[in-house]
Design a protein around this ligand. Structure first.
Ligand code: SAH
Length: 235
């Protein structure tokens, strides 16, 4: 059985060496749970110079990716039945954990990375979704694409050692994760809360829920649902 396919159209395939060296993702690659196919845009460039970009019509700063090489690269990709094409752009919908979860049930994600000043507007119609990884501008779509590959891969069955670690984590629900501690019990006068060493599972569960509510309220009240806010205000 072949794994989940990521096909990435990029001018800088070397940038993706990053994902080969990230613990969980390395394991997913080794176990063939994911397959990352990098299409080097330069190879689809025009003419003997393999041109991939040009000056914008109407003038203005910088260079823009031409449509032909991207279309050629895109059309060379074998499409699987459940496939989506994502275009990396700071003008897109801001990436959320629920998007990663939604995509993790597909067979394939095709990612188009922009560079320079961006890309020719006619590239937009190849995309099912336009995605931004946040309200800031990077020099290219490679780090956003690697972010998506990393985030989707760790949701795939068999990737994480313990799938339970996905359940309570931040952004899986509307609450952030509770504080975590490991040994030693006292480190530089900072002590692990007594409840965690009490062995009382019911108290631990209650404490963690309370911490989740407090922590989310302090840091990201915007994430909370109305019943959670009510509970907090009543306590
Ligand atoms: N001039 C463009 C920005 C170009 S940045 C504009 O104002 O919209 C160059 C490329 O980097 C983009 O085409 C996109 O592929 C990628 N990129 C930059 N910031 C990004 C972000 N926050 N999310 C996703 N992709 C981004």
């Amino acid at each position: 059985m072949s794994g989940f396919n990521f096909d990435v159209i990029t001018l800088f395939p070397k940038a993706f060496e990053l994902i080969n060296n990230l613990g969980v993702i390395t394991r997913a690659l080794d176990k063939n749970l994911i397959d990352v196919n990098l299409l080097d845009l330069r190879e689809y460039g025009e003419g003997s110079y393999r041109q991939v970009d040009d000056k914008p019509y109407g003038g203005g700063a910088g260079m823009v990716l031409k449509p032909e090489p991207i279309y050629k690269a895109y059309e060379s990709i074998r499409k699987l039945p459940k496939s989506k094409t994502l275009l990396m752009t700071p003008q897109g919908k801001v990436l959320k954990q629920k998007d990663l979860a939604r995509w993790s049930t597909l067979d394939q994600i095709i990612i188009i990375c922009g560079q320079y000043e961006g890309f020719d507007e006619r590239i937009r119609c190849l995309a099912d979704e336009e995605i931004s990884i946040g309200d800031y501008v990077l020099s290219g779509g490679e780090i956003p694409a690697a972010t998506i590959i990393n985030g989707v891969s760790r949701l795939l069955p068999g990737t994480l050692g313990d799938p339970d670690s996905l359940i309570n984590e931040s952004h899986n629900s509307s609450l952030l994760e509770y504080p975590q501690y490991t040994r030693p019990q006292v480190f530089r006068d900072m002590k692990v809360p007594d409840v965690l060493t009490s062995g009382n599972h019911k108290d631990i569960k209650l404490w963690r829920k309370e911490q989740q509510l407090k922590r989310t309220n302090n840091r990201r009240r915007d994430l909370m649902k109305s019943d959670e806010l009510r509970k907090l205000d009543c306590d």
